[in-house]
Design a protein around this ligand. Structure first.
Ligand SMILES: O=c1nc2n(C[C@H](O)[C@H](O)[C@H](O)CO)c3cc(O)ccc3cc-2c(=O)[nH]1
Length: 324
């Protein structure tokens, strides 16, 4: 079975680990979000690609869900001693090596997709990990911050600054995947979608993760036209994100923070099936009324076995959709 998964960072990576346990023989292609990418200290950092690679490759810091296990921060401390920041973004020494290799290869002319493949040669994630695009796309968030005079100043900041430095503490007024409109899907993306038996949206952020991937021209259309079941898992359980701050960015696109609203946001033109948590069983009817087959199953990613069961439920729902 060929499965294509559109993945953001932590939620996507943990889902993939469960999916691999549920169907170890499946051929899984992951289309990774690169809108979170950021250039720091002259290096290209790809948080979501790395989170997938480290999680599936056994190198992730399990407690944080991002960055390397057994990490130290000497380099960051030395940079700070020179007054070179930002200090709010935690790049560790082991993680730095990944960004150095990536930046060096990009500088030598390799596209990000080839660089990612080379990095995966080390980590052997057991999936084919492809960035959504080789072109530069950067998610920016419009916010109003108090200026020196205590007035509100509207500006656009990098997604990581909104997420990590501000911890989404101010409303996101708009979320813009800058550059997406001119980006092309990376080599292999459209082919993988076209050859898939099933396409899955993990419980990743529907705006800044899956939404950004869908913003690359051609990807949404290819999924809608693939003619195979497209099944998603709600990242919202009981009207709050399972983890992260998805509700903050959902508000920016005018979507309420509920499992049903996220399904409606994707829409029946894209989604065939949607899993909600058992606590949201009351919204199944609403989702089905929107033309999306819906089931309520446990969606808390407490351990790999629980996630494997979730992934199994997603594939069962896909088969139900296929049989109709
Ligand atoms: O909350 C944080 N998340 C950090 N993340 C996670 C990241 O900001 C976001 O969770 C994702 O971009 C959203 O998917 C990192 C990810 C990396 O790959 C490398 C470094 C970081 C650093 C931080 C950090 O300092 N704080």
């Amino acid at each position: 079975m060929r499965i294509v998964v559109l993945a953001g960072g932590i939620g996507g990576a943990r889902f993939l680990r469960g999916l691999k346990r549920a169907v170890p023989d499946a051929e899984v292609t992951v289309i990774g979000n690169t809108g979170d990418d950021i250039h720091l200290f002259g290096l290209k950092v790809c948080p979501d690609l790395d989170t997938v690679m480290y999680t599936l490759g056994g190198g992730i810091n399990e407690e944080q869900g991002w960055g390397r296990t057994d990490e130290t921060f000497h380099l960051k401390e030395e940079l700070a001693a020179y007054g070179v920041g930002p200090e709010w973004f935690g790049l560790g020494d082991r993680d730095f090596a990944t960004h150095i290799v990536r930046t060096q290869m990009l500088g030598a002319g390799y596209p990000l997709s080839a660089v990612t493949e080379a990095l995966c040669d080390r980590w052997k994630p057991g999936v084919r990990l492809i960035p959504m695009t080789d072109d530069r796309v950067e998610t920016h968030v419009a916010v109003t911050l108090p200026d020196a005079a205590g007035e509100g100043e509207r500006k656009a900041i990098h997604f990581q600054e909104y997420w990590v430095r501000l911890r989404a503490s101010v409303p996101a007024e708009a979320v813009v995947p800058v550059g997406a409109e001119h980006a092309k899907p990376a080599p292999g993306v459209l082919e993988a979608i076209g050859e898939a038996d099933v396409i899955l949206f993990p419980p990743s952020n529907p705006v800044v993760s899956v939404g950004t991937i869908l913003a690359v021209p051609g990807i949404r259309e290819a999924i809608a036209d693939a003619g195979v079941p497209v099944v998603g898992l709600s990242p919202i359980v009981g009207d709050a994100p399972v983890r992260g701050m998805a509700d903050k960015v959902l508000a920016a696109v005018g979507v309420e923070s509920s499992a049903a609203a996220v399904a409606e946001h994707y829409g029946s033109g894209l989604l065939d099936g949607w899993l909600v948590d058992t606590v949201d069983a009351g919204c199944v009817e609403r989702v089905e009324a929107a033309g999306i087959r819906c089931r309520a199953v446990p969606l808390m990613m407490t351990d790999v076995d629980a996630v494997a069961r979730m992934a199994g439920e997603a594939l069962t729902l896909a088969e139900e959709v296929r049989a109709v």
